[in-house]
Structures are given as structure tokens and as C-alpha cells.
Ligand binder design. Structure first.
Ligand code: EPU
Length: 430
């Protein structure tokens, strides 16, 4: 078990917040690509790898099935040794599966590798909502697996061979799309996936698989063809795309705190159209220069009504950040999460610090002009935790956030980056 019992103590800001921050590699890209590396008999060398708890847990799961790796943290390089196996049966009954949602993707990766029987402990991850995985499992059944779900684990058996199929996802789930792409690599023939998610992290996974010579093409919008004939013995180098949620997190922080401005580097603007448009609508001034963004404090934020939806629309993970921004707006705003309609527990924590909000039928109404006050609160989940952190930074006195582990699941080198722009956060055992 990795150490989880710590809190963040945030010192009141008494100095100018300014400087430069470089965005790390995307959490939601590195996790599927680590799973995809299992398809390779030779080594995979990944660059721009964020040092995150979720990454370290997934690497423990790789070690559990005897795949070794070297993670050179200060260089952000991860080398995963080739997975040379003829095993047709693999059990992953490690308790680490329950620490992350994406342990689920090991199913697709092992099926893609040709494993015929997998027993895996249930997945875990951010506990902000029901997070079913029926779309993943239905897809694998369509490919020719029989699946039994036990209270503690899932048992997957390939009946004969994985077969060619056309699979319609009932919803464009990010994880299910990735899992089924990985599984399709084990089919001798063609798989068509319909109604898939098209997040930049999925494109990053596809780009990695193409380097492994998987033939994988978009036939039309949200429709993908995977032809699994591929060489699986190639040494591959791949650079993880920048984390788009982290980028918007720093923009939000700069907007709320930095009179002199923060330069945010290592950004891919093409992934950020929807959140940048929303930021522009509420009056945030941003200077863009290729892969860098410069943002200063905005004193007058306009109220708005924002809704999350599947990419390319505004992602659910941005909403807690917008909640804090809009709580500083000139008037009442509303927020609706169409992806996780029940993900608003973090608003309760923010209300302990002065947020005034109400909730009805999945619509959160947020009052503007909030004066955040310090308190002892908790990080309910990763993004909600960052929202609490933002409120703590702008409140006038010392704030304590329990369960800070949740925040470090998705923000690499967070304390160091905060310190570099003048924000003091101390980690304390709780
Ligand atoms: N869903 C189902 N059945 C399924 C799969 C999903 O009903 O089999 C539903 C979910 O309950 C949810 C919606 O479909 O209502 C979308 O879920 P999705 O599968 O797309 O989410 P995910 O793959 O589990 C990834 C990110 C999340 C992000 C969501 C939505 C990773 C590692 N995680 O999760 O990231 O919120 O997509 O964009 O890629 C985060 O970074 O904080 C985070 C939670």
C-alpha cells in the first residue's frame, strides 16, 4: 500500500504569485499506454511521464505479472521491458487493482496479448459516483469472451479464439473505448468499434499502437477499424501528450491569484478549445504563444451556465475548477455535469469555506462574490480536491485539506510547482 494518510497545510498567500510552470504528461494518457505496452515483446520507452500515484500503482500491477520497468523520475522517462509470455492464464488478484480505475484496462491488454483466461480483482479509483464497466465487459463478450462477475473479482475466459466483430458502445466511454481497442489487438482479423470516445488521450493510445504496427483507422466519426495483424517485437519510443486538465488547473489558479501573471508551458492548445472558449466567455484574458499560455489575475469574472459533455465538448473534469471560478463571478451561475450527474460532493467541502450553492436535479446553482474562509476540509476526489486547494489558496488564513492523496493521484510534483510560484503547501501526516 502506498502512503495515503496525509493532509495539506496551505499557508496564507503573503507574497506575489508569479513565475513559470510546466505542465506534466497526461495522467489519462500514460495509464492506457502503460497497459498497451504489455502487447509489446520488446521494450517501450516513454517520455514526459508524470510522477503520479496512479502511475506507480499501475507499475506495481505490471510487476505483479512479472513485467519489469525502470522509472527515471527526474528525467520523466519510463522504460517498460517487453512482456514475453506464452502464458494463457493470468491472475491479477492484487489489492492494487482497487486503488485505480484503470486496472480495468489490464483486461484488454492481456486479451490483446493472447491470454485466454484472466482473473482480476475489481477496479477502484475516484469514488465520486457509480462507475459501472458494463460497456467494457459487453464489448469483450461480443469479441468472444465469457465473463463471470464475482463480488471480489472478474473472471474472463476466451471461449475459443477472440473473433472478428462490430461493437456498438452504448455511450462513448473513454475507458471502454481504450479497453476494447486493446482487446481488439488480440483478434485475428478486423474489429469495428462504433460510437467511441475521441479524447486526445485515445488518439495518443492509437498513435502508440500504430508504432507497434497495429492497423487502426477512423472509418468515420466515432467509428474505428482495428486490424490486429501487427509486429509486437519493436523497441518503441513514445512521448506522452501534455495533461489538458492540469493546464486548465494552472490557468484557473493564475486567474484567481496572480497579479503579475504565470507562464504555463508544455500545453497543446488544440486539446483545449472547449475550456478556453468557456474561459473567454467569463472574461478571462489569456495570451497564447504556441505551446505556452500567459495568464494574469482577472478581477471581474462574468457569471455563466456551463455544462459538461463528451469530448470535444467541455469535459467533466473541468467543472470543479469552473465552480471555484464562477463562485468569484459577478452573479449567480449554474453547473451541470452530464457525464457524472452525481459528482458534486466537493461543493459541500467548498461550502465549509464559504461557497453558497444549491443542488436540484443535477443542476448546481452557485452564488457569486464568495469570500472564501479557511477551514479544515477534505479532498473528496482528485478534481474536487484541486478545487478545495484553490479555495484554500485564496482564503485568508491557513487551510488544512485531509485526504490530499486524492489530489496527488493526478497532479505530478504539485507541491514543488506550487512553491515555485510562491505558494507554500506543507504535507503533514494525518
Ligand atoms: N459508463 C458506464 N459504463 C461503462 C463505462 C462508463 O455507464 O462501462 C459511464 C460512466 O459511469 C460515466 C460515463 O460513462 O457516467 C463516462 O465514463 P468513462 O468511461 O468515459 O470514464 P472513465 O474512462 O472511467 C475517464 C477519465 C476520468 C474522466 C472520464 C470522463 C481516465 C483514467 N479517467 O474515466 O478522469 O472523468 O474519463 O471524461 O482516463 C480524472 O482524471 O479525474 C478522471 C476521473
Amino acid at each position: 500500500m502506498l502512503h495515503k494518510n496525509y493532509s495539506y497545510k496551505i499557508a496564507p498567500i503573503d507574497n506575489t504569485i508569479e513565475g513559470e510552470i510546466s505542465v506534466s504528461g497526461a495522467k489519462n494518457s500514460i495509464l492506457p499506454i502503460i497497459c498497451a505496452s504489455l502487447l509489446n515483446d520488446k521494450h517501450t520507452k516513454l517520455y514526459n511521464v508524470p510522477n503520479l500515484n496512479d502511475v506507480n500503482i499501475l507499475l506495481k500491477l505490471l510487476e505483479y505479472i512479472n513485467v519489469s520497468n525502470r522509472y527515471i523520475v527526474d528525467k520523466e522517462i519510463l522504460i517498460i521491458d517487453g512482456f514475453q509470455t506464452n502464458r494463457i492464464e493470468i491472475d491479477i488478484m492484487s489489492s492494487y487493482t482497487r486503488e485505480i480505475r484503470y486496472s480495468l484496462l489490464l483486461i484488454g491488454a492481456l486479451l490483446g496479448k493472447g491470454v485466454k483466461k484472466i482473473k482480476i480483482n475489481l477496479p477502484g479509483g475516484c469514488d465520486f459516483s457509480d462507475r459501472p464497466y458494463d460497456i467494457h465487459l459487453k464489448g469483450f463478450e461480443k469479441m468472444g469472451c465469457s465473463i463471470i462477475q464475482y463480488p471480489q473479482y472478474i473472471d474472463i475466459t476466451v471461449k475459443k479464439e477472440l473473433r472478428e466483430s462490430e461493437i456498438e458502445l452504448r455511450f462513448p466511454s473513454v475507458g471502454a473505448t481504450e479497453n476494447l481497442i486493446l482487446g481488439a489487438c488480440g483478434v485475428k482479423g478486423v474489429t469495428i468499434l462504433n460510437n467511441i470516445a475521441i479524447e486526445p488521450e485515445i488518439i495518443d493510445l492509437i498513435n502508440y499502437l500504430r508504432k507497434l504496427n497495429v492497423k487502426i483507422d477512423f472509418i468515420s466519426h466515432r467509428r474505428l477499424k482495428i486490424d490486429s495483424k501487427f509486429k509486437k517485437n519493436l523497441n518503441i519510443n513514445h512521448r506522452i501528450i501534455p495533461d489538458r486538465i492540469e493546464a486548465i488547473s494552472w490557468i484557473t489558479l493564475a486567474t484567481l491569484t496572480s497579479k503579475k501573471g504565470i507562464l504555463i508551458k508544455n500545453i497543446d492548445i488544440s486539446h483545449l478549445f472547449a475550456p478556453l472558449l468557456e474561459l473567454q466567455k467569463i472574461g478571462i484574458y489569456i495570451e497564447i504563444n504556441q505551446n505556452k499560455i500567459f495568464v494574469k489575475q482577472t478581477n471581474y469574472i462574468l457569471n455563466s451556465s456551463i455544462t459538461s459533455n463528451v469530448y470535444p465538448y467541455l469535459g467533466t473534469d473541468y467543472l470543479p475548477l469552473f465552480a471555484v471560478l464562477l463562485s468569484n463571478a459577478n452573479n449567480i451561475s449554474t453547473i451541470k455535469d452530464n457525464i457524472y450527474p452525481k459528482r458534486f460532493e466537493y461543493l459541500d467541502e467548498l461550502s465549509k469555506m464559504g461557497l453558497r450553492y444549491s443542488q436540484k436535479d443535477g443542476l448546481s446553482t452557485i452564488q457569486g462574490e464568495t469570500n472564501y474562509i479557511s477551514n479544515h476540509v477534505k479532498a473528496t476526489d482528485l478534481r474536487g480536491g484541486f478545487a478545495t486547494l484553490l479555495a484554500g489558496i485564496i482564503s485568508k488564513k491557513e487551510t488544512l485539506i485531509d485526504n490530499a492523496y486524492q489530489i496527488e493521484r493526478g497532479y505530478a510534483n504539485l507541491i514543488k510547482k506550487m512553491n515555485s510560484i510562491g505558494i507554500t503547501i506543507t504535507k503533514i501526516d494525518s
